[in-house]
Design a protein around this ligand. Structure first.
Ligand code: AGP
Length: 609
């Protein structure tokens, strides 16, 4: 989704801005731009539709140089992807501004500014902000004052950064609802929507808080809270080595990330090693909170929501703890009735998903006994704002389609089930059994990865299709949902998942010889029921693809293709089967020639609602 990079330095910063944008590319975007103040105090601008490489080409042809600048990658919300709608937006050739988020009252503000003679060149919600800022500056306010009064007019979510030729050394920025971090340099300062963009220039960061406005120059760094009072925000040193993410021998990050799962799963579970209590993996204070848990409310989006759905089965079946799961965009706006002793668990790979963050923030006073986030990104907003934290050890995930982040979330949630379960219905024997299963998990995943060739052969049948049905029962229903989401995300084939028992209540009408049906049928106690459901499908002429335990008694026959999965402990089957479905989607997408790592219209980190 949109990315911001800004710099106030005494050296030329165009290459720093471009490198920052390159580091944010994986998040998904459709256009890019940058503006700098040159040494004649003029604004210099490049905006391009498409990749950052287009911006680089424009920069090679006509270099724009300066020591103060802002840059942006845009993921279209208001107005089509185009160079005109790309940021920065300009007012009066004087002020340039970039924005992440959505300004909800932009129509009202646009009408007001039009009436005052301002002209608009884009269809974006953002352009109102640059004109508002200009209006304040033209009225004689300082850059800081102008931003403070501008944000007072905005409704919605924003991270903003702006420059003004009348204040050529300064960058002003503000955040509400979208992340922004200051990179503290020596004799220079930087700003970005994600610290990753700035690791090239510093390892010292200030994560801005809601409502903060910040003024940067090479020699000054002043932060003001939403009331306009100067504040000192904590400086954080992120000194661990910058994670170098390279493709290596793989054609795509998604494939690489699928193959990294044995390591990532082992590293995630290894956090329990040597600890007296599993509770310690969830941060200081976990024991005190866990002792009071009577129920769990999980909130998440997309793939992370599917992880939550799997966790509900574990928490209720293995731990005997009531659990509700809801997508964040619904949860946040719903009137809710709280249950005593409920722990709020958010799940988010990025830790920045706007709806999940809003759900955490609008949890009512006393509604929950505490909040826990399962995330892959230390220092993300959800991590900073939650009381308890479980960090998955997936390593950076570049592919927009989540793979290793999902399976490591499942490991974290199974560990949570054990930590809570020992206080409820889970026996020590059961805990030992799960521990052993988790220890063996990387090996079962390796065995599944070895089925790559067989899965690739299955994928051929999906290429000419426009639809696919995924079926699962029990805990494997969310796994079918995740399989369907992966297929639609990266191959653009419409795929839906159903609990197999729901077939004859509607979806069976869709089934014919043009509808491939994928069954997640690991061979648990629901096996016989799944087999009956599959007969219903087969007798309507559909081609069946059954992912089944090698001991479940399924054999391939005409129009039924069986992928024999490793025989592994029940509790980890959702994780193991996910890996096979990830490979299926990957091979279908590969053959269809889609942009596997950056599927159209999608972003890695969804920071707008
Ligand atoms: C996963 O493949 C998707 N790209 C998407 O559904 C994702 O899981 C969702 O946007 C939530 O993201 P988060 O885990 O970073 O909160």
């Amino acid at each position: 989704m949109c990315g911001i990079v800004a710099a106030a330095a005494r050296r030329e910063v165009s290459e720093i801005l471009l490198e920052g944008l390159r580091r944010l590319e994986y998040r998904g975007y459709d256009s890019a731009g940058m503006a700098l103040i040159d040494n004649e105090r003029n604004l210099q601008l490049h905006k391009q539709q498409g990749k950052v490489s287009e911006l680089e080409k424009a920069q090679q042809l006509r270099p724009v140089l300066g020591c103060t600048g802002i840059a942006h990658t845009r993921w279209a919300t208001h107005g089509e992807p185009s160079a005109v709608n790309a940021h920065p937006h300009i007012s009066d050739q004087r002020v340039a501004l970039v924005h992440n988020g959505i300004i909800e009252n932009h129509q009202l503000l646009r009408a007001e500014l039009l009436a005052q003679g301002y002209q608009f060149s884009s269809a974006t919600d953002t352009e109102v902000v640059v004109h508002l800022l200009h209006r304040e500056l033209a009225a004689g306010r300082s850059l800081l004052e102008a931003m403070q009064s501008t944000v007072g007019r905005l409704e919605g979510a924003y991270a903003l950064a702006a420059i003004d030729t009348a204040h050529p050394e300064q960058v002003v920025a503000a955040r509400r609802g979208s992340p922004l971090v200051v990179g503290v340099g020596i004799g220079e300062n930087f700003l970005a929507s994600d610290q990753l963009a700035l690791r090239q220039v510093t390892d010292r960061f200030i994560f801005l808080e809601e409502g903060d406005v910040v003024l940067l120059s090479p020699s000054e760094l002043q932060v003001f809270d939403s009331a306009g009072a100067p504040v000192e925000r904590t400086r954080t040193s992120i000194s661990e080595a910058v994670e170098v993410v390279e493709l290596g021998a793989y054609d795509h990050y998604m494939l690489k990330e699928i193959h990294e799962q044995p390591r990532a799963l082992a590293a995630t579970f290894a956090q329990a090693a040597g600890r007296e209590q599993l509770d310690e993996c969830f941060g200081p204070g976990a024991t005190e909170v866990f002792d009071r848990v009577q129920g769990v409310q999980i909130v998440a989006c997309g793939t992370s929501f599917h992880a939550g759905m799997v966790a509900r089965y574990w928490l209720e079946e293995l731990a005997g703890i009531p659990c509700e799961v809801e997508v964040a965009s619904e949860f946040r706006y719903r009137k809710r009735v709280g249950h005593e002793g409920t722990l709020l668990v958010t799940i988010s790979q990025s830790g920045e998903t706007a709806d999940t963050l809003a759900a955490l923030r609008n949890a009512g006073e006393g509604e929950f006994i505490g909040s826990l986030v399962v995330s892959n990104v230390a220092n993300s907003s959800l991590v900073r704002e939650s009381e308890l934290v479980f960090l998955t050890q997936a390593g950076m995930e570049i592919g927009v389609a989540s793979t290793k982040a999902f399976t490591t979330q499942l490991v974290g949630l199974l560990m949570l089930t054990m930590a809570l379960g020992r206080r409820h219905a889970m026996s020590p024997e059961k805990q030992l059994e799960i521990t052993r299963a988790l220890q063996a998990l990387p090996d079962y995943v390796r065995q599944t990865l070895a089925l790559d060739g067989a899965i690739e052969r299955l994928s051929d049948a999906f290429i000419p299709r426009h639809h696919a049905l995924f079926l699962g029962r029990g805990i494997h229903y969310p796994i079918a949902m995740e399989g369907a989401l992966k297929l639609k995300e990266i191959s653009y084939i419409h795929a839906e998942a159903y609990p197999a028992g729901e077939l004859k209540h509607g979806p069976l009408a869709l089934v014919d010889n043009d509808m491939p049906v994928v069954a997640v049928a690991p061979g648990d106690e629901l096996l016989e029921k799944v087999k009956s459901n599959l007969e219903e499908v087969r007798s309507r002429g559909a081609e069946l693809f059954v992912f089944a335990d090698q001991q479940a008694g399924f054999v391939s026959e005409p129009r039924v293709k069986v992928l024999s999965m490793p025989h592994c402990p029940e509790v980890i089957k959702p994780i193991v089967y996910t890996v096979a479905l990830q490979l299926l989607s990957y091979h279908v997408a590969l053959q269809k020639g889609t942009d596997v790592d950056k599927p159209r219209n999608l972003a890695k980190s969804v920071t707008v609602e």
